[in-house]
Design a binder for this molecule. Structure first.
Ligand SMILES: [Fe+2]
Length: 615
């Protein structure tokens, strides 16, 4: 009989569920994709239903239901923090209390009730309910699915229970803790403080700060080291808490922080200034320095050849790229769902390997995440049924004809919504729910930003590149299947700016073509690379091959299939809606091809932009 284990993360940010069968990851998905509410933190009832459906089982077939952290210890942290700062912080303490008292402390019975209502299961038939530890869930999600037999593991995030940074050594199915840094000293929260201060949303706008950094100068680095963080040679650190407000207040920074950087935080959506860019660059460089030092220390202590990363800070792919290039490790593997959603994977795998004592198998071509294609898929028949019911004109083509046609359309400058196979788990789309375009087209970046994503135009797009061609374009010659490594575009592909262009600064730099693949080259000549592998995504690989045959270029633009503030599309219906609301020219749903010019406008959909909260 097979052993099924369900891991769940919820009630904080980006809820998710993951099902494993005898240690094999069968399914994983974030709740937001089903409810269409970005970073939905509610109990992931839809994601759980999906996982059970994919596994062909019901709740009663589960051996364990594992929650990814321990709410009681989190509560202890909240209380101790309050006591330490009392009477400061009473407002935020009182604001947090009702939720804690009502939901989080009674989590066991809350979870039981949720499960009972999910499929009418009797309470006594429920699987055993377990609670993992936040950083152990991250560490397990980084190590167990990695391709390594043994590795050092580094987890960095905002905060879980107490740990904000943790170091581990993994060997076989053993994952042993080495040391931790505790709240309130947190690299994730430091970065989030700058995210807040530069006018972006905490817990989601961090990647915007990273994207903004190359426009700025690192002029505040000294101010950060002198005032905000006491960084030791070994990478461990303490924050100077009197500049921050997250222990006691409802914001991240305070008046003292404003004074240090010469003014209040930028108002969300207001104009970005050079100061914001300089702040972004400064905190980015400090973060990279901390990441590098911690990685080196862990190497010194363990002698490990491989490093695994997880926790929200591991989504900082610029920092990851530097660890790869400058750090002492031979290999680096990063959990594609490095944030808290990925805790669901780690929680389930911890129960299998630690509690059940089962060994790891290394059967995967690259790793056990299966390219992170762990979400729902739809058959051509389901797609056709939907399109016929919508009365949407389409053509069904076989693979070879379809790939050839789409390659031709991309070459002619068309933007394509590309929907096929199983939805990606984690924040990046990797060729199953993607919007794609020609990376050589100098207009592509601004058209995609303004007419498709309806967002700020400073952010670069990411390239998908054939694995075997990556070194022809970038200073990288290894796998980067999850778009979590940034590397420079090769010098021979770069275009030197003219004298006039050299005088530009800030956002104006964006429109200067910087290479022969300008749509994916950032202002500092870097790119956030996804290597495409035939072993994990054959159809996307074949499409890229067809494009290369026609254009001579093995790189296309790949951005997530959504408009600004919208969760990435999950179903054909979501994809069709997004296609109709944006300037995407062509939609591919499995083997069905739709042209925008053939479609009738959506009726009564004029107010759709109000549907999504600003991210
Ligand atoms: Fe976390």
């Amino acid at each position: 009989m097979k052993t099924y284990i369900l891991g769940v993360s919820a009630y904080y940010h980006d809820s998710a569920a993951c099902l494993i069968r005898d240690g094999d990851i069968v399914a994983a998905a974030q709740e937001e994709r089903f409810t269409r509410k970005k970073f939905d933190a509610r109990f992931p009832i839809n994601a759980i239903r999906y996982c059970l459906r994919e596994g062909g089982i019901s709740l009663a077939d589960l051996k364990y239901f594992v929650f990814y952290d321990k709410p009681l210890i989190k509560f202890e942290r909240l209380l101790e923090t309050y006591v330490a700062f009392s009477p400061k912080g009473i407002k935020s303490f009182l604001a947090a209390m009702p939720v804690w008292l009502k939901e989080k402390l009674l989590l066991k019975s809350v979870l039981q009730n949720e499960l009972v209502s999910l499929d009418g299961i009797k309470k006594r038939a429920l699987p055993s309910l377990l609670f993992g530890e936040h950083h152990e869930s991250h560490a397990a999600s980084a190590f167990y699915p990695s391709p390594f037999k043994s590795a050092a593991v580094l987890c960095m995030d905002g905060v879980g229970e107490w740990a904000t940074t943790s170091a581990w050594i993994g060997d076989g199915n053993n994952l042993t803790p080495l040391w931790e840094i505790h709240f309130p000293h947190s690299l994730g929260l430091l970065y989030s403080a700058f995210t807040y201060y530069t006018g972006f949303k905490v817990n989601s706008g961090e990647y915007k700060v990273m994207g903004l950094a190359p426009y700025g100068k690192p002029k505040y680095i000294k101010a950060i080291y002198d005032n905000l963080i006491d960084l030791k040679e070994d990478g461990t650190f303490r924050l100077k808490i009197d500049y921050f407000n997250y222990c006691t207040g409802l914001t991240m920074t305070n008046g003292k922080f404003d004074e240090l950087f010469g003014g209040p935080p930028r108002k969300p959506e207001s104009l970005l200034t050079q100061r914001d860019m300089d702040l972004a660059r400064s905190i980015q460089e400090v973060t990279e320095e901390v990441m590098l030092r911690l990685a080196r220390t862990l190497h010194r202590e363990t002698g490990a050849e491989n490093l695994c990363l997880a926790g929200g800070v591991a989504l900082n792919c610029v920092g990851n790229g530097r660890i790869l290039r400058e750090g002492p490790y031979k290999e680096l593997w990063i959990q594609p769902s490095a944030g808290d959603a990925g805790g669901a994977v780690g929680a389930a795998l911890t129960a299998w390997h630690k509690l059940e004592g089962k060994s790891r198998s290394f059967a995967g071509v690259m790793d056990a995440m299966k390219g992170s294609f762990l979400g729902p898929s739809y058959t051509n028949e389901e797609v056709e049924q939907f399109l016929q019911q919508k009365e949407a004109p389409y053509k069904r083509l076989n693979d070879e004809v379809l790939f050839d046609r789409i390659a031709e359309e991309l070459v002619s400058g068309k933007i394509v919504g590309w929907f096929q196979g199983r939805m990606e788990f984690g924040p990046r789309t990797l060729g199953c729910r993607s919007i794609i375009g020609d990376a050589r087209d100098p207009r592509m970046q601004s058209v995609m930003n303004l007419k498709i994503k309806y967002r700020e135009s400073f952010r670069p797009f990411a390239p998908s590149v054939l694995r075997e061609r990556v070194a022809d374009y970038f200073a990288l010659d290894r796998d980067s299947p999850y778009m979590l490594l940034v590397a420079p575009v090769l010098e021979k592909r770069r275009i030197e700016p003219t004298k006039d262009q050299q005088l530009l600064w800030g956002i104006d730099l964006l429109n200067v073509p910087r290479s022969d693949i300008p749509a994916v080259t950032h202002v500092d000549y870097s790119a956030r690379i996804q290597t495409v592998h035939k072993e994990t995504n054959l159809r996307y690989y074949k499409l890229l091959k067809a494009f290369e045959e026609k254009s001579g270029c093995a790189v296309i633009v790949n951005t997530s299939f959504n408009v600004r503030n919208e969760p990435i599309v999950c179903s054909p219906e979501d994809a069709y809606r997004c296609f109709m609301r944006s300037a995407i020219d062509i939609l591919v749903l499995e083997n069905c091809l739709l042209y925008k010019t053939d479609q009738k406008p959506l009726q009564g959909d004029d107010n759709w932009q109000k549907e999504f909260e600003l991210d």
